[in-house]
Design a protein around this ligand. Sequence first.
Ligand SMILES: [Mn+2]
Length: 273
Amino acid sequence: MEAVVPIALRPYRIEAPFAHGGRGTGPAAAPACLRRHLGGTARGRVAPERDAARFCRRLARRVAAAVAAGGPFLVLGGDHTIAVGTWAGAAGALGRPLGLLWIDAHLDAHDQASSPSGALHGMPVACLLGEGPRPLAALARGAVDPRRLVLLGVRSYEPPEWARLARRGVRVIGAGAVRRRGWGAVMAEVRARLRGGPWGLSLDVDALDPRQAPGVTTPVPGGLDAVRLARVLHGIGGEAGFVGMEVAELDPGRDRGGMTARAVARIVRAVFS
Ligand SMILES: [Mn+2]
């Protein structure tokens, strides 16, 4: 019998240092920080600018080029606003809506009316459903199939966000549900949801427990264990339909001794193993 040698996938790496979607601009430094932890170089870098819709349109073109080149891609943000560009670009290149596993402490499903802060990084899921603020929603409309969208690790949200996702049939699995049901059952459900076409992975670093990953803009206690998450995502980048991954909300200025960046690098390497 032949030994099965794991083949490390080489993702098409794109740096996306947009950080005007939240308070502070800490995540702008994340791509350079992750470059040090991951090694290697990016194939593309979207130059930073203030306007979110313009940035996301340029990111979308980069991601579309990565998909056309055969992918898979790895987008390193930036705050979570970048998701509008990442998934609009991927879906546009493929010509069909995507499934999406969205790992996050928050629902990111506000619009301007419901958001207490008005921060764009709390709105990308609404935009991907075509419902958020105008220019971003128009860019992302139709990129994601709500029935194949799963939010995982959630533990902080406002009722209007919950209502929006429930109305659109989006599945939300809280961090508490992961602990109660166990990773095996949760990942079986996630895979069943994603099945049926191309799909992607969006990792908001604040999904992780702040004791292991303090380097984020909006930490919430009670998060996912980084080591377990890396284990359950090991090799998922080689599974059928996978198109790419994005990482958002790493804030190196709030990190402690690089522990958050190391946790993220471990997860990224696992996904592309
Ligand atoms: Mn987020």
